[in-house]
Design a protein around this ligand. Sequence first.
Ligand code: ADP
Ligand code: MG
Length: 230
Amino acid sequence: MSVDLRNVRLTYPDGDRALTALDEVSLRVDPGRFQAVAGPSGSGKSSLLAVAATLQRPDSGSVLVGGVDASGLSAAERTRLRLDEVGIVFQQPNLVSSLTAIEQLVAMRHMRGGSPKRYRAEASDLLATVGLDGKQHRRPHQLSGGERQRVNIARALVGGPSVLLVDEPTAALDHDRGARIVELLGEITRNHQVATVMVTHDTEYLESVDGVASMRDGRLSTASVAGVPR
Ligand code: ADP
Ligand code: MG
């Protein structure tokens, strides 16, 4: 399924004025495509993901997930759509410190409804997908920063979402680890045929993505850099 933002405007209250975080943003990403959005801090990247994830309702414009317009759905239907179709890798690593890698994934499955026992096999497969085969029983403090990020990514894939939204996945990593995380996201995009949006202020890892859009002051421009050679 694709994710499709059309003419999205999002403002936040700012004293007696409004701060425009997203200014007529349009972006469509199809299954199997790895789209980057690059822009400086404060340009609106996390806001874009929040809207794409249907966590934040835009002031105007629309968000379609798999062709379904989220604004036409009830809150409960939106939540269902998000749980079924959208995987989110938040910028803040929000792993539970007392849970092992595999338990982080099983707990997520539980949130989505279902019995934890049945989902250990899925969790184990996903951890293998992200290269954490032998580390399933480690807790966050027994993993490196890159490995924790891999757990985050695996957790976002629980339940087989068709849209993957990733916020600054390289921010806390050194160059090599960052490059490998972006590579991994590209593999996942192709192998799982997800529509991936990765936002980043880092422009050094963008060789392997299918397209780069630039974000500045809430405005998105795709023309300048779309179709970066692979
Ligand atoms: P980025 O992820 O590119 O750093 P954000 O989407 O977080 O950008 O923020 C875009 C703009 O919106 C910034 O000016 C930020 O200060 C503002 N902003 C973000 N979240 C909120 C919020 N919850 N309330 C008010 N302003 C916000
Ligand atoms: Mg951000």
